[in-house]
Design a protein around this ligand. Sequence first.
Ligand code: F6R
Length: 615
Amino acid sequence: MCGIVGYLGEGNVYDILIKGLHRLEYRGYDSAGVALVSPSGNINVFKAKGKVANLESFCQSKDLSARAGIAHTRWATHGEPSDVNAHPHFSEDGNIAIVHNGTIENYKLLKDVLEKHGCSFHSETDTEVLAQLIEYIRVTNKCSLLDAVREALKQVVGAYAIAVVAKDDPDTIIAARQSSPLAIGIGENGSYFLASDASPFVEYTNECVYLKDGEIAEIRRGVPLKITNLNNEESTVDVTTLQLSISQLEKGGYPHFMLKEIFEQPSTLRDCIRGRVVADGDRININGVNDNKEKFRNAKRIVIVACGTSWHAGLIGKYLLQDMCKVPVVVEYASEFRYSNPIINADDVVIAISQSGETADTLAAIQIAKEAGAFVFGISNVVGSSIPRETYAGCYIHVGPEIGVASTKAFTGQVMVLTLLALAIAQIRGTLSDEEIAKVGKCILKLPDYVEQVLKLSPQIERLSLIYTYARNFLYLGRGYSYPVALEGALKLKEISYIHAEGYPAAEMKHGPIALIDQEMPTVIIAPQDHLYEKIVSNVQQVKARGGSILAIVTEGDSVIANLADHVLEVPDVPECLSPIITSVPLQLLSYYIAINKGKDVDMPRNLAKSVTVE
Ligand code: F6R
């Protein structure tokens, strides 16, 4: 949700900022801009509506010389996407410029006060208010940029990651964070980088400092980084060594990140499993669980909080944990949980799932759970992100950077970790025998190979997608473990092809959605051979009887559904608890090809952003 980049050093400032913006474009892409602090002491601000490429075209004939700069790619919150609402914003006197990710909740109040003091505003954004406030304080108090930022932030309610530059202080960038991520890269020869995540500077340095909530960084050319808080108390500078590689951030020969990430799943699943399924599959080893055995042994209930695709993974987690650990599980949308007066007890284990580790609602839900005394466990992908830091223990999914906005490999990674977690907790609680654990453990070791086999369906799915591309509505049905897979399949299609799709528990269909079925609306049915197989065959028949067209995902060799459905995609036979990983992959490919047939930008679907750091 909005990407920020900053740079101060001897390199080509504009090029570094633009390259960085491209890396962060997954966070938002409705407008972009740069503020360049020129060698002559001016701040040149260039902005353009649309993607970063539009900004580049706009900048072609401009003076781009700079000694420092900040840049932004936007996902609109306050004010429509437009040149004027694009960041950077500057103070009325043009002396300071700012980029911001987050929302200033009390911006209206602050704006009213500033207007009374004679400030006028040009954009509809909350960020311009912050720019004017900082400069107003700087001029009135005759103080440094750092002190002005600190004083301004004391008056702000909301979430922010900001970077600020001033005309008369060209070798300084002031950065601060509260609830929105910000990473600082320490470069060579006294240079510094700044970004919403480390991807924009990974090729220049692997030394990174993740700013914490309430911290302000004073980034000065050639001077050691100084971090203080709003009370001007100095914090230690914790330098992390980045493990990212550039190849993980590139398309690697695929036309889109989404396709690359779908095809990466055999290897991401191997990375996710590595070291966790041990003794030839006989035992499961999750450090975050082993270190907290008592919490998991004594848990009376597990509450899962997440949003979007991660919430779908959480729903699968419910089936896994209830089946294997015999513990009651509830799964809540984090956004609903936080405002529902949730009843959380000290003997609850709360599991927060988030690819980005930065989702604002999930972070808020974690806070509530911690205040209620629950043990909070995080499942995340992004190392060093807020959720792993805010939870008591956790487990990374280790699938590498996911750049396609529609989540694919992170979803299967989350489901894999939840499966391992359920097995590890079952070991502790004694709810599965050693033989039962070993049976699943051995299959998990083979699962990446099965996913490889499923990916071979790609040409067949590409052909089938042509038949389904022009449907205006889709229904996705599944039961048991396949019900959340249906929800996720429908979400993927909606997100990238803009076709309306609804996921439903197959048996619920007759309580309403069956009225929609006709030849125009395809139904995708996820029907592996599990303990509900006979039931779903009846659901297939019910759709067929009403003239609906059916695409079914079935276990290989299934002739019953093959005779009823218009098309089938056969996947390998795996234990029921592992079927969601196998059946979700063809649905990812189906969405991908349909969106491509419709000419959509699958990596950057309209209105979406990858990391939702605002409410
Ligand atoms: C869908 C998708 C979103 C995210 C949701 C939560 O493809 O990516 O629905 O799953 O915004 O994001 P995280 O997992 O980062 O908390």
